[in-house]
Design a protein around this ligand. Structure first.
Ligand code: CTP
Ligand code: MG
Length: 231
């Protein structure tokens, strides 16, 4: 059974407001995306990587990230779409070599602190159960609100923050994406497409450090994590 990584990195980074795509912001002299790819390159369980980039940046991504840092597991750099879901779908369609029971780990290009152990655990759960999401328990109480008025306070022990990787049998996540595309359903993660097929989605323990670098303060956190790891 083969295990593929699918890494969407075709967003615009609007919430970062950096003026260019956040996946190329530097941490310790290397783009965030290179930190992320290194974990997959070095994980023995990963057979191949499919990377999704904005179409106009594919040559840059190929040369200044994939070739420059020697990410030999990258099989293709595929053009992204308008929404993350479109980018992932393009990536899934590009993994032509995958059979239905092969596994795919879908992971945000801007989550550089994922670990080899998490990749391993996610792949195992996907193989066993069909699909899983890496997640951590929420720390704060979550309120549901409409027009500034709180309408509900769901019990905290039932609430999890979805991270990536989200890992699946290829045939199942491909079917879930095909169905969402046919029905015009747009979700914010891949797991939600799997769930709406009625298939049980298993939780795998994530890590509070496995942040998605989204807003400027996340760069401060990221630097703190790097500093802490070195001492
Ligand atoms: N992504 C993608 N294609 C898109 C949108 C997002 O491949 N059309 C990727 C991003 O590059 C990122 C991951 O999906 O690696 C998570 O998305 P997010 O954190 O929302 O990144 P952006 O969409 O770039 O940021 P923003 O929403 O603030 O514009
Ligand atoms: Mg986005």
């Amino acid at each position: 059974k083969k295990i593929y990584a699918l890494i969407p990195a075709a967003g615009m980074g609007k919430r970062m407001g950096a003026g260019h795509n956040k996946q190329y912001l530097q941490l310790e002299g290397r783009p965030i995306l290179a930190h992320t790819l290194k974990v997959f390159q070095e994980a023995p369980c990963i057979d191949g990587i499919y990377l999704v980039s904005p179409e106009a940046e594919i040559p840059f991504c190929q040369k200044d990230v994939v070739e420059r840092y020697g990410f030999s597991k990258v099989r293709a750099v595929v053009p992204g779409g308008a929404e993350r879901q479109h980018s992932v779908y393009n990536g899934l369609c590009a993994i032509e070599e995958a059979g239905p029971d092969d596994l795919v780990l879908i992971h945000d290009g801007v989550r550089p602190f994922v670990t080899g152990a998490i990749l391993e655990a996610a792949a195992q759960a996907a193989d066993r159960f069909g699909g899983c999401v890496v997640a951590v328990p929420v720390k704060d109480t979550v309120k549901v609100a409409r027009d500034g008025i709180v309408t509900a306070t769901p019990p905290r022990e039932e609430l999890w923050l979805a991270q990536t990787p989200q890992a699946f049998r290829y045939g199942m996540i491909r079917a879930a994406h095909d169905a969402a595309a046919a029905q015009g359903f747009l979700g914010t993660d891949d797991a939600s497409l799997f769930e709406r097929q009625g298939w049980p989605l298993h939780l795998v323990a994530g890590d509070y450090r496995n942040i998605k670098i989204t807003t400027p303060e996340d760069m401060i956190l990221a630097q703190a994590f790097l500093d802490h790891a070195q001492h």
